[in-house]
Design a protein around this ligand. Structure first.
Ligand code: SF4
Ligand code: FES
Length: 383
């Protein structure tokens, strides 16, 4: 199925998009204040139909994509999810469902398993329903998530949990890991909140302090030792927030390097946040994915290193981190070509320090942050 000629292009450098993130919808029953969806999601056009998704998936596979994540929003909102899973299985993708667990039940898990879904990852907000409700805007979600985590494991999948950490739940990490242990999790991703979309809007109210972060890292280390001593195989992955790093991440492995996102309306993006950048992205309704990936101005703009300015341009580390994240550079400086301010060599690094100071002054509770919601989103659409 894979056309290997696609792994080399005219310039002989661009490889295949190995990872495809299929954002099936921006609809979601939850209202997480750390959601990375675009602020103006309510302005995004009609979702791709089932037939359009099937065609796009086939195009992505022919380009060389092998790993596929179904996400959103909440992908379970799409009633055709099982059909799309069956298609990805037929095409030979390794598929992962990234879900809140809402919209799942035992029969749907079974249907997804029969359709050939390889992996399910469920997100948890907290160890207790009160904090979870304050963050996600639903009182019932927590119990449902726990039940679905158990059901996923009972269906024969590994239990892979994702917990987004921020200042309102990070102090309860001990209880969060204990809950994951009790549930029988096989792997837990403790991912400090990435500050894009709604999370960026709520940045000052989400960013933990350095002391909170260090305590959380110590808790994770302690749990790793404890689990090893018991012979319990539960992997803990701790993802440090960018705002406490001194070098940026090589975001998406490099712009247009190995990662492609298909947004609900067919926009083809190098990452899930890029649509807020001041540039035009191709749409699979108008242009084949092959062209979007190899030939579009948007995908080529920040490929390689030629676009870099100083200090990245002459930095020895540019091959490793490709100058960091374009979305983060734009959010913080207004210039998508700037060095990611996370880097302490960046002339804009003071913006990160200012953000940490601003967060230290913020006294809002989790319930006082702006929830991701369509009403506010429509305000951003007009802005
Ligand atoms: Fe990376 Fe640029 Fe910082 Fe060098 S200056 S470490 S290339 S972000
Ligand atoms: Fe868009 Fe990093 S999230 S380039």
């Amino acid at each position: 199925m894979t056309d290997h000629t696609d792994t080399v292009t005219a310039n002989g450098q661009t490889g295949a998009p190995l990872w495809l993130l299929a954002e099936l919808t921006y609809r979601c029953p939850l209202q997480c204040s750390y959601c990375s969806n675009p602020l103006d999601f309510a302005a995004v056009g009609e979702e791709l139909t089932t037939a359009e998704w099937i065609d796009a998936l086939a195009q992505a596979r022919a380009l060389g994509a092998v790993q596929l994540g179904f996400s959103g929003g909440e992908p379970l909102v799409r009633r055709d999810l099982e059909t799309l899973v069956a298609e990805t299985h037929r095409l030979g993708f390794y598929s992962n469902l990234i879900t809140s667990g809402l919209g799942l039940d035992e029969s749907r898990i079974e249907a997804l398993r029969e359709a050939g879904l390889d992996h399910i990852q469920i997100s948890l907000q907290a160890s207790d329903p009160d904090v979870a409700a304050a963050v996600a805007g639903s009182r019932k979600a927590h119990a449902k998530k726990l039940a679905m985590a158990r059901a996923v494991k009972a269906a024969g999948y590994p239990m892979v949990l994702n917990v987004v950490l921020h200042r309102h739940n990070i102090d309860r990490l001990d209880a969060i890991i204990a809950l994951c242990d009790e549930l029988g999790a096989d792997a837990v991703e403790l991912a400090n909140c990435q500050l894009y979309g709604w999370a960026y809007l709520n940045r000052a109210g989400l960013l933990p302090s350095r002391a909170q972060l260090e305590a959380a890292e110590a808790t994770t280390r302690r749990w790793r030792e404890h689990l090893a001593a018991r012979g319990r195989d539960m992997r803990l992955l701790f993802v440090v927030p960018d705002y406490y790093a001194d070098r940026p991440k090589a975001c998406m492995g490099g712009w247009g390097s190995i990662f492609m996102t298909l947004a609900p309306d067919g926009a083809v993006l190098p990452c899930h946040s890029a649509r807020m950048l001041p540039m035009r992205f191709p749409n699979v309704r108008e242009r084949p994915l092959r062209e979007a990936w190899y030939a579009s101005e948007a995908f080529n703009r920040y490929r390689g290193e030629a676009w870099m300015s100083e200090p990245c341009r002459s930095c020895d580390e540019r091959h490793r981190d490709v100058g960091g994240c374009r979305c983060q550079a734009y959010l913080l400086t207004g210039d998508p070509t700037a060095t990611d301010p996370v880097c302490d060599l960046s002339p804009d690094h003071h913006l990160i320090e200012a953000a940490r100071r601003e967060a230290a002054r913020d006294t809002r509770s989790a319930a006082e942050l702006t929830p991701r919601n369509a009403h506010e989103s429509r305000v951003f659409c007009r802005a």
